[in-house]
Design a protein around this ligand. Structure first.
Ligand code: ZN
Length: 563
């Protein structure tokens, strides 16, 4: 069966509720451990079936946001999901109250009980209206971004299609492209401001109703961050500020020399080489073919996995009008099918999808036989698999980049480092926003711009009033639709950089560690997973400095002006 044959069926809210009530009742009245286990198994089956339908609706909607049928399905699901959540939470409660809890813990692991506690703590039927409102606003934001049509040099483009122009070797084109994008955001500035303002307020309201001091603590619980708190994250951000910001300054200086521009402006930063950024040397189909070759050689497991993705049409990679922007990987449990969504545009970002998103997909595929709760780890752990796969692909990356291979490697590794300050900026911004929910939209934008000056001093805007006043964050969709999911990328990046070093020393050893991590899925917490496979803890002071040593050495050994 291919993706198009996967059957979507609207989950009928009444039936779902009845099924859940029955399961809760049965679990409460279970007379033996075996009985309890078999009810939990039934619950997992229901959950897989339900989430498969939800995923199918969401995927098909994102493939064509103008599709009337899936538009309606998405609206319907956004509305009923919080109502159904009420009953799933009852099941979690029954799990916590089970008289067989100790034995169940031994069978299923302690983590699902920790999760159950958080699910219970972060939900109350009284926040259903706020959850529904939050869904509507997120949806409105995504639609607004997808609706972007930018007139440029006589043609019309969406935001993803504009990206290649922002790294064009012609400075004038870069500048004009950047201005054209800013102009579109500026026309819609009131809409973005209003959507974000409403989101902040509705999230703050939810937190108060649940008894949290602010949305920050609720967000940590929503993201199931059980082994670190906002103070650990602050210490971590400080490490990035102290260790990475000066390093990036050095890399930016090298870039300026390389592309022969003394007064670097923000629109110059996306260009890495005067003779153009590294790009894949073939179209989408050619790249998929190369990816298949790569995964075949990498390991038996990756070969089987990627062939499966291709055979079942689980990669949707072309950029199209009406298709949602960005890229993601998700999973349809009933068909044991990971799904990769992207918008190819001819840049090296295309290859990143075939490695990054494929890393996510490979992990979930490797943990498909675990219980649903353990199939995906928490976000900061999930990004380890994807970002490390980008580095594990290095021995084969010449297949895609040919003569641009060395350029790609230098750019990829330095890009990974340049990303860290941006990532912690997105995080610090959100802490400030939700700790001070009364800020006006204008104050929020000013806050963003101030943090840019702290973490990204190289961002010098050239008379771009919109960006100067802090509008850049409008295009960072996580800030709107997945609050606080961002530091995760940077934490994972630090671990992935460790994988880079390990794979340089001994690829097979690094691969075995990586594969073991993939099969563990989300059966442990972030720090638990790192400990299990003996990887460094990024929160520990000194880790970033340590991890950066071999990377620095490598970057300094490259004569980038010759690339
Ligand atoms: Zn990812």
């Amino acid at each position: 069966m291919k993706f198009n044959d996967f059957k979507y069926e609207r989950p009928k809210i009444g039936l779902v509720k009845n099924e859940l009530i029955k399961l809760v009742d049965n679990l409460n009245n279970a007379n033996s451990l075996d009985e309890a286990l078999s009810i939990i198994k039934k619950y997992h089956k229901y959950e897989d079936n339900f989430s498969s339908n939800v995923q199918l609706a969401y995927i098909r909607h994102s493939l064509d946001t103008n599709d009337k049928f899936y538009n309606e399905e998405k609206d319907y699901l956004n509305k009923v999901l919080p109502e159904i959540q009420e009953y799933s939470v009852l099941f979690q409660k029954a799990l916590l109250d089970s008289k067989f809890k100790d034995e169940l813990e031994k069978e299923l692991g302690i983590l699902i009980f920790t999760q159950a506690k958080l699910i219970h703590k972060t939900f109350d039927p009284k926040i259903i209206p706020e959850l529904q409102r939050e869904n509507e606003l997120s949806n409105e934001y995504s639609k607004l971004l997808a609706s972007a049509l930018i007139e440029f040099e006589g043609k019309t483009y969406n935001l993803s299609e504009m990206r290649p122009f922002s790294s064009n070797i012609n400075r004038d084109i870069r500048k004009k492209a950047s201005q054209a994008v800013s102009a579109w955001f500026n026309i819609n500035i009131d809409k973005f401001d209003r959507i974000y303002d409403d989101l902040v307020k509705v999230r703050h309201e939810m937190a108060l109703k649940l008894g949290y001091p602010s949305y920050v603590e609720l967000a940590y619980d929503n993201l199931m961050r059980t082994d670190y708190n906002k103070d650990d994250v602050k210490t971590y951000r400080d490490q990035v500020y102290e260790e990475i910001v000066p390093l990036v300054k050095e890399l930016v200086k090298r870039k300026g020399e390389r592309i022969k521009i003394k007064d670097l402006k923000s629109y110059d930063l996306t260009l890495s080489f005067l003779n153009g950024n590294p790009s894949p040397k073939g179209n989408k189909d050619w790249q998929v073919e190369k990816a298949l070759e790569m995964y075949q050689e990498m390991s038996e497991e990756t070969y089987q996995f990627f062939q499966y993705m291709v055979d079942k049409d689980l990669l949707n990679l072309d950029s199209k009008k009406g298709k949602e922007g960005g890229g993601y990987c998700t999973y349809i449990p009933s068909y044991e099918a990971p799904f990769i969504f992207a918008n190819f545009n001819g840049t090296s970002g295309d290859v990143d999808v075939l490695t990054h998103e494929a890393g996510h997909a490979f992990q979930v595929y490797s943990s498909r036989h675990l219980i649903p709760e353990y199939r995906w780890p928490t976000m900061e752990s999930a990004e380890i698999h994807s970002m490390s796969m980008e580095f594990l692909a290095w021995p084969w990356i010449d297949k895609f980049f040919k003569e641009d291979t060395n350029k790609y490697k230098f750019d990829h590794l330095s890009g990974a480092i340049e990303f860290l300050p941006y990532g912690v900026l997105v995080d610090e911004f959100q802490h400030e926003v939700y700790e001070n929910p009364k800020l006006s939209p204008k104050e929020r934008r000013a806050l963003w711009r101030n943090l840019e000056k702290k973490y990204l001093p190289q961002k010098i805007y050239d008379n771009d009033k919109f960006l100067e006043e802090g509008g850049f964050f409008f295009r960072q969709s996580h800030i709107f639709t997945s609050p606080f999911y961002y530091i995760d990328y940077t934490l994972a990046q630090v671990v992935a950089l460790e994988f880079w070093s390990l794979s340089q020393e001994d690829f097979k050893k690094a691969w075995d560690k990586y594969y073991k991590l993939c099969t563990l899925g989300g059966s442990k917490t972030f720090l638990g997973l790192l400990e299990e496979v003996n990887l460094k803890n990024p929160f520990k002071k000194g880790t970033i400095k340590e991890v950066m040593k071999p990377i620095n050495k490598y970057l300094n050994s490259i004569n980038d002006k010759e690339l």
